[in-house]
Design a protein around this ligand. Structure first.
Ligand code: NOJ
Length: 433
């Protein structure tokens, strides 16, 4: 292992999402989902999670100890807009206070508007399958930008629309638990349009407020799909996965272009709708073609045999990050933010090495002239991992849910030193590996 360094202006941070950490909200679809037997693998639920809503000061204190200079968080739509006709001032004040505290601590917020959870009223009136979602989301984005726009310049509209739609409308393991590829395609159209509408309204709102430094993007989940052994059928399967899971979203949200099977042309106008490209990268998967699995986009998907994996069985494959960033930077030429990267490692056996390996790829990318500007580790602390419940541990900080005690893991200490030195020194290698 060798030392490496990142440029002075490179930003290092952590990421979370409101529903996974806040607790205390009963107005969202996940709260309701958790109440249905068998929906959450370990039987846990999101109603308390990390109780972050009541522990903002403490958690920002921990971020300071980690030496991060930026933090990706999300706003809970169901709290801000508890029903179709009203916006909740107290909630907006709560977020103003949180963001104010972050800024005082020298931490730049990157704020996500939609991270997998919907207000119950929104889902029950058609959710993302209904075209009304476009305007509803735009209105919510406008209110958020008006209320917080003096404090927040950097926004993520929608997190991982591909994962959200796949699990909610094709696999049926997330609310509302449907199984329809047609709905996936409809939802994709609406989410892309909603992203573009939000992109425009956030820029416009902040411009009217006198701010010119607005940056808006989306966070794309990129999973490297590779043909199992390279046969033509497997290559076709990898192509289909890539198109349906990545290309339709990244093309639509970046330049407004709809490609088959979601459509053709530029229904919202041609443009540049991302000031940065947000990439969430975790793993790769091997695929082969299976005509009987339309619900899995005609693919059999699995981990490479003998590959090193994390607690959820995901292959540890840092080179994938390099390959994606290079590919999409060449195509779009906008700065890249790694909006998420991390691993489930309850015993904290390989997280530090995971961070070392992935940021090594980032340093190689920068050397090769790829404009990667930020890295957000997922996650600040253990949290509610959706249908997997509280069991998987993604945190730099361990959380004891019985007491809400937070403890920085050794990998968290490693990351803290990495943030401070903006790189990995010889001494750190000796100490941690
Ligand atoms: C991506 C999602 O955005 C986040 O919510 C989730 O916890 C992580 N992946 C880990 O699965």
């Amino acid at each position: 292992m060798d030392p490496y360094f990142l440029p002075k202006n490179f930003s290092l941070g952590t990421a979370t999402a409101s529903l996974q950490i806040e607790g205390g909200d009963t107005n969202n679809t996940w709260y309701r989902w958790c109440r249905q037997p068998g929906r959450i693998r370990d039987g846990s639920d999101c109603s308390v999670a990390d109780d972050h809503w009541n522990r903002i000061r403490e958690d920002i204190g921990i971020m300071k100890k980690l030496n991060v200079t930026t933090y990706r968080m999300s706003l809970e739509w169901s709290r801000i807009q508890p029903d179709i006709d009203s916006f909740d001032r107290d909630t907006l004040e709560h977020y103003r206070d949180e963001i104010g505290q972050l800024k005082k601590a020298g931490i730049t917020p990157l704020v996500t508007l939609h991270h997998f959870s919907n207000p119950i009223w929104m889902e029950d009136s058609g959710g993302w399958i209904d075209e009304s979602s476009i305007h509803r989301f735009e209105r919510y984005a406008q209110v958020a930008a008006r209320y917080l726009g003096d404090l927040v310049s950097d926004w993520v509209t929608i997190n991982e629309p591909n994962v959200y739609l796949l699990l909610s409308y094709v696999n049926g393991t997330w609310p509302p638990g449907e199984r329809s590829i047609i709905k996936y395609i409809r939802g994709a159209r609406n989410m892309i349009r909603a992203h573009i509408a939000a992109y425009r309204i956030i820029h416009e709102t902040r411009r009217e407020m006198g701010h010119g430094d607005t940056k808006v993007g989306a966070a794309h989940h990129l999973r490297l799909f590779e043909p199992k052994r390279g046969t033509p059928g497997q290559r076709l399967a990898a192509f289909l996965q890539n198109r349906l899971f990545h290309e339709i979203f990244i093309t639509g949200m970046s330049e407004g272009r709809f490609i088959l099977p979601i459509g053709a042309g530029y229904p919202m106008g041609r443009g540049n709708y991302q000031d940065f490209l947000g990439i969430n990268y975790y793993t790769r998967e091997m695929v082969s073609f299976n005509i009987t699995k339309p619900g899995q986009m005609f693919g059999d998907i699995g981990t490479r045999e003998g590959a090193p994996v994390n607690d959820l069985g995901w292959e540890l494959y840092p080179e994938g990050l390099y390959r994606f960033c290079k590919k999409y930077y060449r195509r779009f030429r906008v700065p890249i933010y790694i909006t998420e990267n991390g691993t489930a490692d309850r015993e904290d056996r390989f997280r530090a090495r995971y961070i070392y390996d992935h940021l090594l790829q980032v340093s190689r990318l920068i050397e090769a002239g790829i404009d990667v500007q930020r890295y957000y580790h997922w996650s600040l602390m253990d949290n509610f991992e959706w249908a997997e419940g509280l069991e998987p541990r993604f945190g730099l900080v361990a959380v004891d849910y019985a007491t809400q005690k937070r403890t920085i893991r050794p990998s968290g200490k490693f990351y803290a030193e990495l943030c401070k030195n903006r790189g990995v020194t010889e001494a750190m290698i000796r100490k941690y590996f």
